[in-house]
Design a protein around this ligand. Structure first.
Ligand code: TRP
Length: 377
């Protein structure tokens, strides 16, 4: 039996019960403190639950980036998606935080779609990946990004632009560093070590295109941090600022523990699921409830391990007060899992149907968002 305390987090594999505080120590990042949270909230004019409830919880150089901004140096945002399947809530939740930051700082946003990476790591044909990529881009656009300030980098299509920068990064990254950071072995195909430079490249691309050194902030799940270690290592050697990062935890699936993942469709809410399917999935969710109703009335439930409760914390509670009420009533044994799930299912289904309407429009606008080098020359 593997030790309960053991967990693995790499960009391609997340396993076991993740200890997020330990990850901060292992990766050498910092926890976001109240001051940093307050600075962002003040600038945005309102608080974002993903920040106040510590889903985005760790960072690199966020204080430095905000100081630069206060001195008049605007930054750009960089995030991305590997197109290996349909978009689910676990993707959309962090996208909404990117949108919050784009609006708060009026920032340009770069979205990398790594069709090359997914071909290297998944058993998928290139044609299948291209179709996922188009759908994934529309899902991203549907979150409301400003087309004038948002650029989508589809790797296979933009390789001519990315390649010179990736080469510069690759030349200055040794295999021994890449092995230490990503855990490559002799069985790793030779595409992946070079790909690491391609995912680092967008950290510097806007500086190259705009011909001035622009700070970068990367909002992403913490499993992507190894790429930023490579980028930060190389940045001073190439005369760029080190990219700053703001990391989120994984969005839970509806099963017991573990992140939401396309490879477990039963516990994943896909953005193209119908209301009926969503209701079924939520009603079958694991919860922090007691084995019987009677026991739950007596002893209460445990919201801290409950995926249903976690969905309220991310996006689906109407206010902090409502969230607190749900927590207290669950712990006190006043709230039963059935009605709690029914309420969540209704909210998620409404959110997803509204999203689907936006996506239909977004599908027609994919080309407007795709990066074109001509626009910058
Ligand atoms: N590797 C990421 C994935 O598999 C995709 C990605 C590329 C990304 N660039 C990024 C994610 C920047 C976050 C930030 O999903």
């Amino acid at each position: 039996m593997p030790d309960q305390k053991q967990f693995v987090v790499t960009p391609w594999k997340v396993e076991g019960a993740v200890d997020y505080e330990k990850l901060v120590k292992d990766f050498g990042t910092q926890l976001i403190d109240d001051r940093l949270r307050a600075r962002i909230t003040k600038k945005a004019g309102f608080s974002n639950p993903l920040l106040s409830r510590r889903v985005f919880y760790s960072h690199r150089d966020l204080g430095w980036l905000l100081d630069m901004y206060d001195k008049g140096e605007e930054f750009f945002l960089y995030t991305g998606r590997g197109p290996s399947g349909g978009t689910h809530l676990g993707h959309i939740i962090p996208y909404t935080f990117n949108k919050y930051l784009q609006d708060a700082y009026d920032a340009e946003l770069w979205f990398q779609v790594t069709d090359d990476e997914k071909y290297l790591v998944k058993e998928l044909e290139q044609e299948e990946i291209s179709e996922f990529a188009r759908q994934n881009i529309a899902d991203f656009i549907a979150c409301g990004f400003d087309p004038k300030k948002t650029h989508v980098l589809l790797d296979s299509q933009c390789i001519k632009t990315l390649y010179p920068i990736a080469l510069k990064i690759a030349k200055r990254t040794t295999f021994s560093t890449a092995k230490a950071v990503f855990g490559f072995t002799n069985e790793t195909n030779v595409g992946l070590p070079f790909f690491t430079a391609l995912q680092a490249a967008p950290c510097f691309l806007p500086s190259v295109l705009h011909k001035r050194n622009i700070p970068c902030l990367i909002p992403a799940a913490i499993d992507q941090d190894p790429y930023w270690r490579i980028a930060r290592d190389v940045a001073p050697k190439l005369g760029f600022h080190k990219p700053a990062a703001i990391h989120c935890k994984f969005i839970s699936g509806l099963g017991k523990g573990g992140k939401m993942s396309s490879s477990e469709p039963e516990t994943t809410i896909f953005m193209d699921d119908s209301p009926t399917v969503i209701k079924q999935k939520v009603m079958r969710s694991f919860t922090g409830g007691a084995p019987t109703e009677e026991q739950q009335r007596l002893e209460g439930g445990d919201p801290s391990i409950c995926p249903v409760y976690s969905y309220y914390t991310y996006l689906f509670a109407k206010s902090d007060a409502e969230l607190q009420k749900i927590f207290d009533e669950c712990e006190e044994g006043e709230l039963m899992c059935g009605p709690d799930k029914t309420r969540l299912a209704g909210r998620v289904a409404a959110f997803v149907s509204d999203f689907q309407k936006k996506k239909q429009k977004a599908l027609k606008r994919v080309d407007d968002f795709l990066f074109r080098e001509e626009d910058f020359t």
